[in-house]
Design a protein around this ligand. Structure first.
Ligand code: NAP
Length: 255
């Protein structure tokens, strides 16, 4: 993939050759994904808003001026069909992929946790990201400046889990949530692995911070406008931007 440094006009980003960036946000029908999609439409991107429910996806996309895309990240067939649809409509190019779809999954503690419950969480938060990357990497390869944002969590930090008292600046700090936290730790490692494997890709893991959404029963102190800030910032990473990083609004997080 050739890197370009052309000046860009409104609604474009570095490396897209002056065209509107084609962007996909998974799990975009509500919460952080919807706000991320809204802000990227505002920034001039041609946004596909992924949703596993057709009606809710279409309603959300209409509200923000995005294109609805039926996409269940746990289904190989759904992901393949979504990639085929984007390929046909865009001529085979994707510039920005935001892997946002995620679930909290079981709240069971380690003593009670079963492999089946863990598998269900990983199917969305880990395998879902790999499914989407596998299907969309050929489209990203057609971009002059491909960007991937993996929406992780501070709870995925092994460094914080190993020493919560030493990392009080990371909020929320360690919590007993083995399924969710380990899924995000796996996502972090995958981010590092893909960054090494694809040096032409800007791929980073981000922690939006504790944000009031359906995922946590709206207990987070941040608004979605605040939480989506770092996702949007990393989605707008230029061809010379960072890759293989784990970042939050306040800066880099300890892995
Ligand atoms: P949310 O409001 O519950 O939104 C989650 C989105 O993911 C929804 O659109 C949901 O669709 C979608 N989704 C779930 N399973 C899916 C599947 N199989 N296929 C496609 N889409 C699917 O939660 P959120 O807080 O905005 O979460 C967004 C991301 O931020 C997640 O990855 C989460 O782990 C991460 N995060 C959140 C926080 C926080 O405090 N909120 C903190 C750190 C990280 P449905 O409406 O169909 O369920």
């Amino acid at each position: 993939m050739e890197r370009t440094h052309r000046r860009t006009g409104p609604g474009t980003r570095p490396g897209t050759g002056g065209r509107a960036a084609v962007t996909l946000v998974t799990g975009g029908n509500k919460g952080l994904g919807l706000e991320t999609g809204r802000r990227l439409v505002e920034a001039g991107h041609d946004v596909y808003l992924g949703a596993r429910d057709r009606r809710r996806g279409e309603e959300a996309a209409r509200r923000i001026g995005a294109r609805p895309l039926l996409l269940d990240v746990t289904s190989d067939a759904s992901v393949a069909a979504a990639a085929q649809a984007v390929r046909q409509e865009t001529g085979g190019r994707l510039d920005v992929l935001v892997n946002n779809a995620g679930i909290a999954g079981t709240a069971r503690l380690a003593r009670e946790l079963t492999a089946a419950e863990l598998q269900a969480v990983y199917d969305t938060n880990v395998f879902g990201v790999v499914r989407v990357l596998h299907a969309f990497l050929p489209l990203l390869a057609a971009s002059e400046a491909p960007v991937v944002v993996n929406v992780s969590s501070g709870l995925g930090s092994l460094a914080v889990a190993a020493d919560p008292a030493g990392h009080t600046a990371v909020v929320p700090t360690w919590l007993p949530a083995p399924a969710y936290s380990s899924s995000k730790a796996a996502l972090n490692m995958l981010t590092a692995q893909y960054a090494h494997a694809f040096p032409e890709l800007r791929i980073n893991a981000v922690d939006p911070g504790h944000t009031a959404t359906d995922l946590n029963g709206h207990t987070g102190p941040q608004t979605v406008e605040e939480g989506a800030g770092i996702i949007v910032r990393m989605a707008l990473t230029g061809p010379d931007g960072p890759s293989g990083r784990y970042v939050a609004a306040g800066g880099e997080l300890p892995w």
